[in-house]
Structure formats: C-alpha cells, structure tokens
Design a protein around this ligand. Structure first.
Ligand code: ADP
Ligand code: MG
Length: 399
C-alpha cells in the first residue's frame, strides 16, 4: 500500500462470516461513513455462498470434536480461506471494488473463560477462554489483494473476555432508538441478544449482550436426523408448525445450567450440538412424540430460552424485539416468540432498514473499519472483558 493511502478512510468494505450453522459464507459489500454516533452503513450487495459439501462435512466433524492432525487443520484453514477469498471476489462483481475486508472466519472451537458458559466445570488449566476461527486472514489478503482484518475475538479473550458477542457495539450505533429499548436477537446456529436501551444519558454502559443458547443448531441437526438426511433445515418452520410442542419437556430442558448462568456468557456447538440433541431425543421418547412434535418442542426451546433469558437477566423488558439471522426466517419460531412476548412487537431488522440476512456480515465490515481507524470494537458489558480493546489483526493486501 502506498504510504499516502494509509490516511484514506476506507469506505467500501466487505464483511465475511460463516456462523455455527456452517450453512455458507455470508458476504456483505457495504459503503460505510461516519464513525460511531454518526455511523452509516449502506448494503451495496449481499450474498450467501454455500460451502463445497466435502469441506462443510469436515468443518462439522471438527466442530463436533473429531480429532484431526495439525496437517489436516492447516489444510482446512487454507481451504476455508480460499472459499472466503472467492466470496469476497464474487460479491464485488459489477461493483466498485472494496478497500478493506473484515473476515470473521469459521469458528471450529469455542471455550468460554473457565466456568463461564459451558454449564459444566472447565477442564482447562487456563482461566481464559479460547476461540478458534479458521480461514487465515493473511491468505485472504493475498488472494484478494485487499487488506484483511481477521481474528476478531482473540484480543478480548486474552484480557479475560468471552470474545463474544462482538456485534452489540455495532448494533448500538446502527439500531439504537432515542426513546425505545430494543433487543436485537440474532438467531444463527446459536442465538445471541444485544439489549440496547433508549439512546440517552449513559445508555452505552447499559447495553447488555450474551448468547441466549440454541438457535437453529438443534433444529438443523434434528431435521437432518428425522428426515434421514433428506433435509438440512425446517424451511419457514413448516414442519414444526404441523406439530405440537411438549411444554413439560421444554420446562425440563430449561433447567439446564447454561440457561441459569448470569451473563456475560457464551456458548457453541460444543454444548448445543449432536450430543445435546441425542439427549433431547432420548428425553422425548417418554412422551411418545412424533417427528413434527419433536421439532415443535425443540423450536419452543429456542423461543422459550430467549424469553426466559430476557425475563431473568435484563434490567427491564424491551419495547421492541428485532430479529436477524437465518432463524428470523423461521416463521413458526417467530410466531412462538411473539406469543411468549405478548404485547412486545417482534419483527426483523429489515423493518428498520438493516438486512436481517446480512447484519452479521455487515457488523464484521464495521468492526474491520473501526480496527482500521483505531476504534475499539468490544463492549465490556457484553463480552465480560475488563476494558475496551481494538479487535482484529490487520493483514496488508500487497506484499
Ligand atoms: N426460510 C427459513 N426457514 C427456517 N429456517 C431458516 C430459513 N432460512 C435460514 N434458516 C435457518 O438459518 C440457518 C442459517 O442461519 P445463519 O444466520 O446463517 O446462522 P449462522 O450464523 O450460524 O451461520 C440455517 O441453517 C437454517 O436453520
Ligand atoms: Mg450462516
């Protein structure tokens, strides 16, 4: 990069992320202006690029705890970087090119700080958390020739935070309201909330955020299991909608430690994954539920854990809930959540002008932009870190 270019604020940024669902790489090409209170983001293009099937299988296996060699790890790391770089190339086609990429990468392992989030005693010697995102930024920068920020979680974790959730600070500046307290609920594989109080006084210090528990992770696994591999997700929640939730079972599942652990807290497929689903299916046998009932009950668990989480841990209930992530397209889940929240309206971030499908990718574009400008990206009240830090490592595009 030419020395004089360093001072130029990049305005066209690409955000890349693949979440715990491992459904594909979400890419958002955005135009960013302002910094914090005046932050403005316009989505120029957004697309999801599915993983090649073999790579997805390998990622899911690693995420489920299958042991692999360092050589295999290196191979997967670079295979992911390549598809992320390709996603960045594709999203720019027909548009003015970007000058910066923020790549979250693919989480394959997430361990919260000791005893803070997995619901059982950590066996690790270190009290710190650990979170591993693959798809190394240096390779993305090299392949795209665009400066790339990656490894967003490590700095927050190194000082004692969870390194998650990282989106609440972005939500605060893009989705806060002068009079209205809002919950921004992202329903990915895992679900996480950002509570944004009305924007006045010391509102920033009152923001809260944490992982509420499962989102689509158990649903996707159950659909695959119950359909004998024919389906990967419950489109619009139609299958679950044809069943009836078993509330006794939901009550039983809500006794699980994680749901009672006060925030800050974070979790992953390590807890809400295959083993967890098998236990749920075993529990369901006692009630002789059919497939649709099982799905309806698991969907109810996602909705009820979100609601329970608000009631237990929020200083006050929000006046509006805005959903985003793939789970916001599950109409049955949305309807169940609305039923539990009664008069509190549940809609999606689309309705306030921010794409529900690409909000997470947009957030990593903003975090990269903040990193470039030297603005911290974490919120200590959400991650549990003792202070604000710059998030991400910058890899220059030209060597
Ligand atoms: N139309 C839909 N109906 C129901 N669920 C959907 C729909 N579209 C997406 N999803 C769910 O959303 C998931 C992907 O959501 P996403 O926000 O990308 O999660 P992650 O961040 O974990 O990758 C899919 O695996 C699927 O379960
Ligand atoms: Mg996804």
């Amino acid at each position: 990069m030419h020395p004089t270019e360093k001072a130029v604020v990049p305005t066209r940024v690409i955000g890349l992320i693949s979440g715990t669902s491992v459904d594909g790489i979400d890419a958002a090409l955005v135009e960013i202006s302002g910094t914090e209170l005046d932050l403005k983001v316009e989505l120029v293009a957004g697309a999801t690029y599915p993983y090649p099937a073999k790579l997805r299988e390998r990622i899911l296996a690693v995420g489920a705890g299958v042991a692999i060699s360092m050589a295999e790890l290196a191979e997967i790391d670079d295979a992911i970087a390549q598809v992320f770089a390709q996603a960045a190339q594709n999203i720019q086609i027909g548009h003015q090119p970007a000058t910066l990429i923020g790549s979250h990468g693919q989480t394959v392992y997430h361990r919260p700080p000791a005893d803070r989030g997995i619901g059982k005693k950590s066996t690790a010697n270190s009290p710190l958390g650990y979170s591993l995102q693959l798809g190394r930024g240096a390779l993305i920068a090299h392949l795209t020739n665009i400066a790339t920020v990656s490894n967003f979680r490590v700095a927050d974790i190194a000082i004692g935070g969870h390194g998650a959730p990282l989106v609440p600070r972005v939500d605060a500046y893009l989705l806060s309201h002068p009079q209205e307290g809002r919950c921004i609920q992202n329903i990915g594989g895992i679900s996480n909330v950002a509570y944004i109080p009305p924007r006045y006084g010391d509102w920033l210090s009152k923001i809260r955020g944490w992982d509420t528990g499962p989102g689509n992770s158990l649903l996707d696994l159950a659909v695959e299991h119950l359909s004998g591999g024919a389906k990967t997700y419950d489109e619009d929640g139609n299958w679950a909608a044809s069943g009836t939730p078993c509330h006794q079972l939901v009550e039983q599942w809500l006794n699980q430690d994680y749901f009672h652990l006060p925030p800050p807290k974070s979790t992953g497929r390590e807890l809400f994954g295959v083993t967890y689903l098998h236990q749920c299916l075993k529990d369901a046998q006692a009630y002789q539920l059919n497939s649709a009932d099982v799905l309806a009950t698991l969907t109810e668990l996602t909705a009820a854990s979100i609601f329970h989480s608000y009631r237990t841990f929020l200083p006050e209930m929000p006046q509006r809930v805005l959903l985003c992530g793939g789970g916001s397209r599950n109409l049955y889940l949305k309807q169940r959540l609305q039923l539990l929240l009664r008069s509190i309206p549940v809609s999606t971030t689309d309705e306030v002008g921010l794409s529900a499908d690409f909000k997470e990718a947009i957030a990593f574009a903003v975090l990269a932009y903040w990193r470039h400008l030297g603005i911290p990206g974490n919120l200590p009240t959400a991650t549990g870190a003792p202070q604000e830090v710059l998030l991400g490592e910058i890899h220059q595009g030209q060597f």
